[in-house]
Design a protein around this ligand. Structure first.
Ligand code: GLU
Length: 398
């Protein structure tokens, strides 16, 4: 029998960040001394109060089905979080708890996209957005941005990208992979355009707690009309070092929330009951671990930015949030290294991994050429060693 795979599934490429992460973790397991700047995963442990809440949940037999879209306790904690951090009022009918930020985003596009609807995705973008839109039958429309504009689009560029088929704009701030943060003025203008054209803003604020200069704003704060069009996506992974627990959530108008909840009730049922109980503690308990992580990320970022800009052939802008450096490697492309000429960041990253044992994500998966993403969610010791190796590699000392 010939294996049949649907056209949609055939159009989906695997996640390059997760593929690299799996490769890096396997190399480590095999005893290869590789340094990883790959997947964005906090190197901190999940804080103890959260772990204890999970242990207690198991002991108390919180191990059964919960409502498909999450427990009332966790939804209330999420509402409280929106009030505390943004002054936004939501009720539990606006909240859907899912199996991670990715799952929330997939729910969103499934709930709002008709076949052929366009979703504007500013590039560089996080690798999974276009594939998620395609899985929902939508069409990703890329809005290219440039390094000299801090990888931000202007209101005019956004307006020009909107067509009669536009359903939504994806707004990821702080951004993965550039670390750029949209200002309050930027967001106000974007909100006006979204309201004028009646398009949704899918606001991915998974890195909201990791802002080092300026302030993160949620676009829904600019009035009832934009609040009604905003679907905020967030989760526990980055702020609370809970990547493996898989808890994401959305806040949206009640109709969108209901649609996503219906979809989820058939696709996955509830997210893990123990992880949900632990997430209540994460959101309402001691928040001091966030500040500790943030301080450490700032130290690492500052070291990396200075070091990278001191090495000939590579450069980077100073990111204001998240934990990524988006490094320009254009000078290294098209020139000879170790007897070979690399024409893409992907080829260069492969060679650096083979020769210098440093894992980094090339920018092609983020929708732009000539850059490499380095995550600084790794120890200072690894960062120093990794950058020493990159410098040695560029000097052709391997
Ligand atoms: N969001 C992180 C990253 O970009 C985790 C990996 C993933 O889910 O893509 O590295």
């Amino acid at each position: 029998m010939q294996t049949y795979i649907s056209e949609m599934a055939r159009s989906i490429s695997p996640s390059p960040t997760l593929a690299l992460d799996a490769k890096y973790k396997q190399m480590k397991k095999d005893g290869i001394p590789v340094v990883g700047f790959g997947a964005g995963e906090p190197d901190f442990d999940t804080p103890d109060n959260i772990k204890q809440a999970a242990i207690k949940a198991i002991e108390n037999n919180v191990t059964k089905y919960t409502p498909a879209s999450g427990t009332v306790e966790l939804k209330k904690a999420i509402c409280e979080k929106f009030k505390r951090d943004h002054g936004l009022e939501y009720g539990i009918e606006n909240i859907v708890v899912s199996n991670g930020g990715k799952h929330s985003l997939t729910n969103v596009f499934m709930a709002i996209c008709e076949e052929g609807d366009e979703v504007i995705i500013p590039a560089p973008f996080w690798v999974s957005y276009p594939e998620m839109v395609k899985m929902a039958g939508g069409v990703p429309k890329f809005l290219n941005t440039a390094e000299e504009n801090n990888f931000k689009f202007s209101p005019e560029e956004l307006e020009a990208a909107i067509t009669s088929k536009t359903r939504a704009l994806v707004l990821n701030t702080p951004s993965n992979p550039t670390g750029m943060v949209y200002s309050e003025e930027d967001l106000k203008k974007i909100a006006e355009i979204a309201v004028k054209h009646g398009i949704y803003v899918v606001m991915d604020e998974i890195y909201e707690q990791l802002v080092y200069e300026g302030q993160h704003k949620n676009i829904a704060t600019f009035g009832e009309e934009i609040k009604n069009l905003t679907i905020t996506v967030n989760g526990m992974a980055k702020a609370y070092a809970m990547t493996g627990w898989r808890i994401g959530f959305t806040a949206s108008n009640a109709a969108v929330a209901k649609a996503m909840s219906n979809i989820q009730s058939h696709a996955t049922s509830n997210p893990n009951s123990i992880a949900q109980a632990a997430s209540v503690e994460a959101l309402l308990g001691d928040q001091s671990s966030i500040g500790v992580m943030r301080k450490e990320y700032i130290k690492r970022r500052d070291y990396m930015v200075e070091r990278i800009n001191s090495i000939d052939g590579i450069s980077c802008k100073k990111p204001n949030g998240a934990f990524y450096i988006f490094m320009n490697v254009k000078e290294l492309l098209g020139t000879e290294h170790y007897g070979k000429v690399f024409n893409s960041a992907a080829e260069l990253c492969d060679d650096i991994l083979d020769r210098a044992l440093v894992a980094m994500v090339p920018s092609e998966g983020f929708g732009i050429d000539g850059y490499v993403r380095l995550s600084y969610a790794t120890s200072m010791e690894n960062i120093k060693e990794g950058l020493d190796r990159i410098e040695k590699y560029i000097r052709h000392e391997y």
